[in-house]
Design a protein around this ligand. Structure first.
Ligand code: PEP
Ligand code: MG
Length: 843
């Protein structure tokens, strides 16, 4: 500080230009405030001074900091970047965080922005210009982080003006701006408000902002379709209200630049008509099914947290009370849940008691924070960390913590989660959805979920599937501009959302829906009958399991056994590996639930998408290509020995079989087999049936060699697709392309069957393709004789197979092998008798 001046350090690295050179009149004409613009060369934004983060929109494209002297500094990364809706931005701190000078605030993908943003020029401006002015700035040079950039000094406070008197006028306005009141419209609004003498406020759901403060207006988070109220008090109140309402209408009519098309968005062939730019959006399938319904946009306002702290003991008591109440509510809900919903709630209860989290909150309380601020900072730090890890699953777990953050804050604030009155057949649209928000929705009214972000393995996706609600995620930001009430057709199998379909399209969707319902009811009624093709070939339909409750559900659905027990559920999210007794108890419980039917237990498939914290795997540049699956078991043979001992002790003898994951060479099978033989000899047990998973192209093309050492193969189509196509299966952007029906994957499956048949080994499929009705005839035609799919898929699979003939399956498989893409394979129709009857199932 020089005299009364505060020196601000460079928050970004790059060329510094005068603000007037910004290619955007809102910034160039200093409507938002005075400052400079930086053309960044590094994708980071750091704090220019000590301060508090007072503005951080969910799109994370801009951050506002309040310095200790009260100056408010907005750093806006690029121009018109709000339209990216967070794509390419990674917040590193939370709203409300107190930060040190130089602390990392956000990171962004420079290349991505260079391609998608109007300009990279990033304004750094003082937004409370009534109280602070730019004293000096050093422009026309390259700056590095932390170098002095500009200085700010306090000026006479405009806020000391006497409160306005006179008439009060109010008016409600529905915001029609695609991106709501973000920086530019907020600045225009603030400038317009400055023309009137009246005091003017903008209110959204009970939260109020001074209309002259663009930052306060931005902080309201007003979105497209929100109803705001403009209130003016003073002599020119009527003119002020009308003036601002007219400005909003004009801004809307003049239109904002259209947002760039998101990568996940695809226009269907029929959507080329110019009439409806949103006619079909493409996303990633997250829960199967078809829904026709009305759009309901779910917007959860931020919870307002009391900032001022009382005595330490009071704040501690308040936080403990809120944590206890949240835990009790979770417990109540857990008791009423079954299956995966229950497990997710259990995980949330564990997070709530996390000692590090509690310690972090206590430290904040001791430092003088109120209960709400302490909780927000403590858990917010973890959310930011998880979001910062370049692993989609970790980011999805951040949503779980964000959910707990919200639940506890709601209790502290005394607010209740806004209850949404859903109409019947609601298709809920959300930017992201937290598990508790989904559980709060009336399941009898939710027809489907259309989510802008999210991933197919998020807890919301799992819950939606368990609730039988079709869901599509990663639809991109344009889904948020769909009007409430718009008619939608959501296809959870294909990952598509059709907006405002015409009469013909509606009729087609209704027919498909009716056929689907009838088929499901039929399939369920005959689920327990045995499964043979129409011409008598036996095809076994098994279920993939990962927990005890699922086994019972699988049996109810007519599964003939478990073709894949993913034992990682016992090994993950804990500090040490489970012992033999614990494993035996879990395996035995599942074996009992299967009532004597075969149980194929896969040995630990740790690594990559299935992290196990206590294994010292070290940092791997490419975990999917690193020490994983069988490689882990052979690197820690004691782990394998213990697991095999537990498996071999499951009774009755022979019910449990052993399956080895991620096999790439014969030597691995031999090494594992030797350990299994030792354990069996030690226990005096017979050697179990042994299978190898075919998940690597190496295993597929050497299946003839591997067949000599195993009793059966099971094709993991998820990993086989990932490795054949060189596409990360956990990457949401690629989710639509990692399709096991790609002819390259099908050729590897054909090769596996060819190799296996030389020694008469049966081949099963147990990846996602095995639950896919479009894939079943092709897999059977290629020679697969067992499908192990999701428990819920079993009835329909069995019903479909009963209507197929071997000739039909072989014919479609042959045609599939000759196609050039998965899309072409998916476009094939079954030939021969009975094909018409099943066309619905395959289209
Ligand atoms: C597969 O890769 O297809 C498979 C069944 O194993 P997981 O999905 O558990 O990796
Ligand atoms: Mg796998």
């Amino acid at each position: 500080m020089t005299g009364d001046e505060l020196v601000l350090l460079a928050p970004m690295e790059g060329w510094v230009a005068p603000i007037s050179e910004t290619p955007d009149p809102v910034f160039a004409e200093k409507m938002l405030g005075d400052g400079v613009a930086i053309d960044p060369i590094v994708g980071e934004v750091r704090a220019p001074c000590v301060g508090e983060v007072i503005g951080f929109p969910s799109s994370a494209h801009a951050v506002t900091l309040r310095a200790r002297n009260g100056a408010e500094i907005l750093i806006h990364v690029g121009l018109e970047t709000v339209a990216l809706a967070g794509e390419g931005f990674q917040p590193r701190v939370r709203l409300g965080a107190r930060v040190a000078a130089g602390e990392l605030l956000l990171t962004f993908d420079l290349d991505h922005l260079a391609r998608r943003a109007k300009s990279l020029m990033s304004p750094v401006v003082i937004v409370n210009g009534a109280d602070f002015a730019l004293a000096s700035a050093s422009t026309g040079r390259v700056t590095r982080f932390g170098e002095p950039l500009m200085s700010v000094r306090a000026v006479g406070s405009a806020s000391e003006a006497a409160p306005a008197e006179g008439e009060v006028r109010r008016r409600g306005v529905r915001v029609g701006l695609a991106h709501g009141l973000h920086a530019r419209p907020a600045a225009l609004l603030a400038r317009e408000a400055g023309r009137f003498g009246s005091e003017i406020a903008v209110t959204l759901r009970g939260r109020r902002a001074n209309a002259r403060s663009a930052v306060s207006v931005m902080a309201l988070g007003v979105r497209l379709g929100d109803e705001i109220e403009i209130e003016a008090r003073g002599d020119d109140a009527a003119d002020a209200v009308e003036g601002l309402a007219a400005l909003l209408a004009k801004t809307e009519a003049s239109g904002e630049p259209p947002p760039p098309a998101p990568a996940t968005e695809a226009m269907s062939a029929s959507s080329a008509a110019p009439a409806s730019p949103l006619s079909t959006l493409g996303g990633v399938p997250a829960a199967p099914g078809l829904a026709i319904g009305a759009a309901v946009r779910l917007v959860e306002p931020d919870v307002i947290v009391r900032e001022s702290a009382g005595a330490l003991a009071e704040e501690e008591a308040e936080l403990s009370g809120a944590l206890r109440a949240t835990a009790a509510a979770l417990e109540q809900r857990r008791a009423a849940e079954r299956g995966q919903g229950r497990e997710i709630l259990e995980a949330h209860m564990t997070f709530l008691e996390d000692p590090d989290l509690i310690a972090a909150a206590r430290a904040e309380l001791a430092g003088g924070a109120s209960a709400g601020v302490a909780w927000r900072r403590a858990i917010g730090g973890y959310v930011a960390q998880l979001r910062g890890i370049a692993d989609p699953r970790m980011m999805e777990r951040a949503a779980d913590l964000a959910d707990l953050e919200r639940q506890v804050l709601l209790r502290l604030s005394g607010e209740t989660a806004s209850s949404v009155n859903l109409p019947d057949n609601a298709i809920v649209i959300a930017d992201d959805l937290l598990p508790s928000q989904l559980m709060d929705l009336d399941p009898t009214r939710v027809a489907g979920l259309a989510i802008s972000r999210g991933g197919p393995t998020s807890h919301v996706a799992i819950l939606a599937a368990a609730m039988g609600v079709p869901a599509v995620v990663a639809l991109g930001p344009r889904v948020l501009s769909i009007e409430d009430g718009a008619l939608l057709v959501l296809d959870g199998d294909e990952g598509r959302l059709q907006v405002a379909p015409n009469q013909t399209e509606i009729a087609a969707a209704q027919t498909r829906l009716a056929q689907r319902r009838a088929r499901l009811a039929d399939a369920k009624a005959s689920a327990r009958e045995p499964c043979r093709t129409a011409d008598g070939q036996r095809i076994e339909v098994f279920a993939n399991l990962a927990s005890v409750p699922e086994a019972a559900a699988a049996m109810e659905n007519g599964a003939e056994g478990c073709g894949l027990l993913r034992t990682e559920f016992l090994f993950m999210d804990r500090d040490i590996a489970p012992g033999e007794a614990e494993q035996l108890a879990a395996y035995q419980a599942i074996a009992d639930a299967l009532d004597g039917h075969p149980l194929v237990i896969r040995t630990l498939d740790a690594g990559a998408d299935k992290p196990v914290g206590y294994l010292p795997l070290g940092t791997e540049a490419n975990p999917a290509l690193g020490v994983r699956g069988i490689r882990v078991s052979l690197a820690w043979p004691e782990l394998l020995r213990t697991q095999v001992r537990a498996i071999l002790r499951v009774g009755p003898a022979g019910q449990a079989r052993v399956l080895l994951p991620m096999i790439a060479s014969l030597a691995e099978i031999r090494a594992a087999r030797a350990i299994i033989a030792e354990v069996a000899a030690d226990l005096g047990a017979a050697a179990p049936q042994l299978g190898a998973m075919i998940e690597t192209p190496a295993a597929a093309v050497t299946a003839d060699l591997l067949a000599a050492e195993v009793d059966f193969f099971s094709i993991g189509t998820n990993d086989l697709s990932q490795y054949a196509l060189a596409m990360d299966r956990t990457e949401p952007q690629l989710a639509a392309q990692v399709d096991g029906l790609h002819p390259a994957v099908l050729r590897l499956i054909a090769e596996t069957v060819r190799g296996a048949s030389q020694l008469g080994r049966p081949v099963a499929a147990c990846g996602a393709l095995a639950s896919d009705l479009a894939a079943a005839p092709i897999l059977i035609g290629l020679g697969v004789t067992e499908l192990s799919g999701a428990p819920g898929a079993v009835p329909e699979l069995k019903q479909l197979i009963r209507g197929l003939s071997r000739a039909q399956c072989r014919e479609i498989a042959d045609r599939a092998l000759a196609q050039t893409s998965a899309a072409e394979v998916r476009g094939l129709k079954l030939g021969g008798a009975g094909a018409r009857a099943r066309a619905g199932a395959l289209s």
